[in-house]
Design a protein around this ligand. Structure first.
Ligand code: RIB
Ligand code: CA
Length: 312
């Protein structure tokens, strides 16, 4: 079976960690490399979390490299209020016994792409700083990128400001570079990811899976759910944003996708990082993205549980 080759650029982060787990578990995905960005936590912590998760997943053969230490233009604003002091609170993880590569994220992405005969998929689940830098340092390798599947943005309601989502808001300038590069995009924005909820009965199911990976994910989801369980959100469960990218690669048919032209606002004092999503051609631009707007949540959860059982 032909496996989908990916590089995962992420800022683990609880939902990044679940996306990483799904990618590592699936026999239909070949995880070529993991690069980490500053976002949910500081870059040292997101790197450490990626290493610790790959240890847990017994995937220490996957090369890892850290990237941006801060956004291109702005000061780093982290989401420790969601992900905790470590950036991945809620479960004891093994200390990493393997080292990251002795190059940065940009060069690891370049090294991996150079070695590919066919274009591959970039999956981005954090701020886009590393990818923007890569595109500016190695434009000659853009033809090795088949598509960018990213968690970020929203057509409408944001989660850090009324119209801005965290990943885009951390580094709007990087997002604008990536979104405008002309590489085919799949956007998993808040419109779909807020519906991608792990509900209490789903979490009980995960807690009943008797393997170290599922138990760690369960503990992490317990912690992560404390933020999203607040009455102000009015959610029936805990939204796991980043796993929507991997789930789309594995079962695109469980998602409702709409073609659109998307761009990113960088100038607004209240809207920097807003993804402007044009579904109806008002901007007279050719569509550049598939925007995921809905999903079959039950099949999404079934996929997560099936993949967690791979570690039995
Ligand atoms: O807005 C949600 C996104 O921001 C997710 O990728 C989460 O991990 C954080 O990075
Ligand atoms: Ca993330």
């Amino acid at each position: 079976m032909k496996r989908t080759k990916i590089i995962l650029d992420c800022d683990p982060g609880h939902d990044d960690a679940l996306a990483l787990t799904m990618a590592a578990a699936s026999n239909r995905i070949e995880l070529l490399a993991v690069t980490t960005s500053a976002g949910n936590q500081t870059p040292d912590k997101t790197l450490n979390n990626a290493l610790r998760m790959l240890m847990l997943l017994n995937a220490t053969d996957v090369p890892v490299a850290s990237g941006n230490q801060r956004p291109l233009m702005r000061h780093l604003k982290i989401a420790d209020y969601v992900h905790g002091e470590t950036g991945l609170d809620g479960a004891e993880l093994p200390a990493p016994s393997f080292e990251p590569q002795d190059c940065g994220a940009v060069e690891l992405i370049a090294k991996v792409l150079k070695a590919q005969a066919e274009p591959i998929t970039l999956v981005v689940t954090g701020p886009m700083t590393n990818i923007a830098l890569f595109l500016r340092v190695h434009p000659e390798l853009e033809d090795k990128i088949k598509q960018i599947v990213f968690m970020g943005g929203a057509a409408g309601q944001g989660n850090v400001m009324p119209t801005t989502e965290f990943n885009m808001a951390v580094d709007p300038e990087a997002a604008k570079i990536v979104i405008n590069e002309g590489i085919p995009l799949v956007m998993a924005g808040l419109n779909v990811t807020l519906k991608a909820q792990i509900r209490p009965d789903d979490l009980e199911h995960i807690k009943a899976i008797n393997n170290p990976v599922a138990q760690a994910i369960a503990g992490q989801m317990d912690f992560y759910g404390e933020w999203y369980g607040q009455d102000k959100f009015g959610l029936a469960g805990t939204p796991v944003h980043d796993p929507c990218t991997i789930a789309y690669l594995l079962k695109p048919e469980i998602f409702e996708a709409h073609n659109a032209y998307i761009d990113v606002e960088t100038q607004g004092s209240l809207t920097a990082g807003e993804t402007v999503v044009d579904f109806t051609g008002l901007m007279e631009k050719d569509n550049n993205a598939k925007v995921l707007m809905n999903l079959d949540r039950v099949q999404f959860i079934e996929m997560i549980i099936e993949l967690l059982h791979k570690f039995d």
